[in-house]
Design a protein around this ligand. Structure first.
Ligand code: MTE
Ligand code: HPA
Ligand code: MOS
Length: 776
């Protein structure tokens, strides 16, 4: 048992604790980058974007831009002292400013820098660009038809004998599912604010999930060393993966201008430009071939996962890898081959988004489960159960990691009972027999999500803890706060470690100057990694304080016992502040850097084998919907969720993540639709045309519960489990419920096969298709 798990009265760990910025969020006093007081002379940059999907730049005339009122100057590729690249991959394929060619509509070609943001924004429209058009491929099917060029190496996962699997399967289903993309729609858009310093120095305030990478990018672009660049992030107004790499370009532009003119510079695109010029969730088309038997048991799966990667690699390699890692969701495939295609397309380069390809992989799995159920005339839940991983056998994934912590049976069993699934399903089937226009559907879907970065070296973190003479504490770590509650959770860990109240812990903004070489706050692993690193720092200081106490009170051999608020030295209680003050006078170091790396994980991409995930998070949801078969309109009437977060560090924060994840997932799968026109321009680049869920879209009955009995079998911080991404995929039950309602128009004889997002139009088209099929 870890020391920090010792039961301490009044400890704040595992307790409902409100978000440290909660009151500031709701009173509008939380400071975001655009709220910071600007130094005198602050300049404002704005990007000039291409208006072609794929073209040679025949000529570009920026004279009118430069002559516009308030303009200080322009930046193009020629103004970059270092590399014109902000790609996070080894490919170096993402220029800041296009040179020679543009690869998508909305690609930055130059930046204009002016005295005001308004002046810069107006001037950016004045460029005269002549293009020579080149052929473009916009989506997965077009890219495949054009030869299937890839932006990065594909992956293949294989296990078992595929031919034997198919031969042994009396039934077979082949099909395709198209799964839509998604805009992050963070409330705070991309933004960077750079302040030049002496010599080569520059400090940049960036809305990024990955300060260390922004530091690297700025250094590479300015041709300076990393130590000259300081990146600071107090908080983001949402990231959702959209700020894992997409902040790089903005930070680089702000720093280029700041150093060129030796004045502070801010860049903040408006929402339309943000949506056109920054990457989104990858949409996929998955082509599948599945062999199964009369009991619905799967024997073999062969599938290809085509993804719209956009014009450059960005994170498309690891995103499409993670789609394959979740091609199984919670199901055992005796024989399997899955292959990824990260396709080059003339669209913005797609990127990380909550789940990181996992949701797309799972949607495909749930699709063939659904196909099998309708072909056999059974409840899809029966087919799901028939194919769940076993706990001791049938538990090896397509990437050859054994699933050792499987709790999906218990989660599903409990949710099935608590949501009254069976009785409600019967009632719905009965309702559908008599209701002619309105039809209902219900579905239960599981989630199993792998925790750890699949880039193994990313699974490390650092922290810096200072204790002052009065017992107050400065806490810094490498993780960033985007609303998910990472800061409060790590502060709880530190308060608990020292046995002090949360008020003693000041949560410092994240900066590369305090903790170096950090990883993106991503892959849901922020608390696992940074919580442990902070705990390590606290433990070092505690060991020194223990030695000091033993010496000071001449009590070698006397029991020194940490208690809430301080230390018992024999029978004497020494308050924490007193202990710190005396430690200082006795020249005891009260500061420590902590470090953590995830144990046991390894992964060999070349062979497709390893143990990439430290553990799995599990969950399940039941959704009930009503559709109008004349209009396709629908409502989600009820959702029940049971989710596994191990031993929760902060139940209210975790429940907030689950609720938010589910609703954001529901938006992805139902109303959020990205539409590009034939010329490659994104036509849905504002909330007027792109519909995210509102508070009013929350199901009127929404029961969210934690699996209270769950304790991580791995020694994670407080035996908790990561919570950030896994609940997103719980929204799959909404799609399956809509499918059931659609299929009811022909007595469930035809599989619904709805592509996502399942907009009202798609529901109506689904109803019409099934009616047509039923007529023959
Ligand atoms: N929650 C809020 N409120 N805002 C966010 O931007 N991002 C999600 C998730 N929850 C996000 C969020 C994503 S994509 C990830 S990977 C995790 O939070 C990252 O934080 P964590 O590792 O601390 O959970
Ligand atoms: N998840 C999220 N972000 C990442 C990953 C991952 O597995 N790998 C690199 N960035
Ligand atoms: Mo989350 S997509 O890993 O930032």
């Amino acid at each position: 048992m870890n020391k920090h798990e010792a039961p301490i009265a009044l400890s704040v760990l595992h307790k409902n604790t409100r978000h440290d910025s909660g009151p500031k969020h709701v009173t509008g006093t939380a400071e975001y980058i655009d709220d910071m007081i600007e130094p005198v002379g602050t300049m404002h940059a704005y990007l000039g974007l291409s208006t072609r999907a794929h073209a040679e730049i025949a000529s570009i005339d920026l004279a009118a831009v430069k002559a516009a009122p308030g303009v200080i100057g322009v930046l193009t590729a020629e103004d970059i002292p270092g590399e014109n690249d902000v790609s996070p991959s080894h490919k170096h394929d993402e220029p800041i400013f296009a040179q020679g060619k543009v690869h998508f509509w909305g690609q930055p070609m130059f930046a204009v820098v002016a005295e005001t943001r308004d002046a810069a924004r107006r001037a950016a429209q004045l460029a005269k660009v002549e293009y020579r058009d080149l052929p473009h491929a916009l989506d997965v099917r077009a890219a495949q038809a054009a030869g299937g060029a890839l932006v990065t190496d594909p992956l293949k996962l294989e296990r078992g004998d595929l031919d034997a699997g198919f031969a042994a399967a009396p039934r077979r289903v082949k099909g395709s599912i198209a799964i839509g993309g998604q805009d992050h729609f963070y409330l705070e858009g991309q933004i960077a604010f750079a302040v030049p310093g002496e010599d080569e120095d520059v400090t940049v305030y960036s809305s990024t999930q990955h300060p260390s990478e922004v530091q690297l990018m700025v250094a590479q672009v300015l041709a300076i060393r990393h130590h000259a660049v300081t990146v600071q992030v107090r908080r983001m107004g949402g990231g959702f993966g959209g700020k894992e790499t997409q902040g790089n370009l903005f930070a680089a532009v702000a720093c280029l201008a700041a150093k060129k003119w030796n004045r502070a510079c801010k860049i903040r695109p408006d929402r339309d430009d943000d949506m056109q010029a920054t990457g989104k969730r990858h949409d996929f088309v998955v082509d599948y071939d599945v062999g199964y038997d009369e009991n619905g048991k799967i024997h073999a799966v062969d599938a290809v996962y085509g993804a719209r990667a956009g014009f450059s690699s960005d994170l498309s390699g690891p995103v499409t890898d993670r789609a394959l890692f979740h091609a199984d969701n919670a199901y055992w495939y005796p024989a399997v081959r899955v292959r990824s295609e990260p396709l080059y397309t003339n669209t913005v380069s797609n990127t990380a988004f909550r789940g990181f390809g996992g949701p797309q992989g799972m949607m495909a799995a749930e699709r063939w489960i659904e196909d099998i159920a309708y072909a056999l005339g059974k409840d899809p839940l029966e087919i799901r159960k028939a194919n769940f991983y076993g706990t001791h056998t049938d538990n090896v994934t397509p990437y050859h990691q054994t699933v050792e912590d499987n709790v999906i049976h218990r989660v599903v069993e409990e949710l099935e009972a608590s949501s009254d699934y069976q009785a409600r399903r019967q009632a719905i089937v009965a309702f559908n027999q008599t209701s002619s226009v309105l039809k209902k559907g219900i579905a239960l879907t599981p989630v199993k999500f792998g925790i750890s970065f699949t880039a193994t070296w990313y699974n490390q973190a650092g922290a810096l803890v200072h204790v002052y003479k009065d017992g107050s504490i400065h806490l810094s770590h490498g993780g960033t706060e985007m609303g998910q509650g990472l800061y409060i959770k790590v502060a709880q860990v530190v308060a608990d470690a020292f046995g002090v109240g949360l008020d003693a812990v000041k949560i410092m903004a994240t900066t590369t100057g305090k903790v170096p070489n950090t990883s993106a706050t991503a892959a849901s692993s922020g608390t696992d990694l940074n919580g442990m690193a902070a705990w390590d720092a606290c433990e070092q200081i505690k060991r020194r304080l223990e030695a000091h106490a033993a010496k000071l009170y001449e009590a070698d051999g006397v029991d020194c016992q940490w208690v809430q608020g301080g230390m018992m030295v024999g029978t004497r209680f020494v308050p924490f502040a007193e202990l710190c003050a005396s430690a200082y006078l006795n020249r005891v170091q009260l500061s420590a850097a902590g470090f953590y790396k995830t144990p046991t994980i390894h992964w060999d991409r070349a062979t497709g084998r390893g143990h990439p995930f430290y553990y799995f998070a599990y969950g399940a949801s039941v959704s009930e919907v009503t559709i109008d078969t004349l209009t396709g309109e629908y409502s989600v009437d009820r959702a029940d969720i049971l989710h596994d977060v191990g031993k929760s560090l902060n139940p209210v924060i975790d429940i907030g993540q689950i609720e938010g994840g589910f609703i954001q997932g529901m938006g992805w799968l139902t109303t959020e639709e990205l539409v590009w026109d034939g010329k490659g321009q994104l036509r849905t680049h504002a909330p007027s045309t792109y519909k995210i869920p509102l508070a009013s879209d929350i199901p009127p009955v929404f029961n969210v519960k934690l699996a209270e009995w769950s304790v991580n079998r791995e020694p994670t911080i407080g035996r908790s489990k990561a919570v950030g991404e896994p609940p997103f995929m719980l929204a799959m039950s909404v799609v399956e419920a809509l499918g059931m309602a659609v299929a009811s128009v022909a007595d469930y004889r035809y599989a619904p096969q709805l592509n996502t997002p399942v907009t009202p139009e798609r529901v109506l088209m689904g109803v019409e298709r099934i009616k047509r099929e039923a007529r023959g």
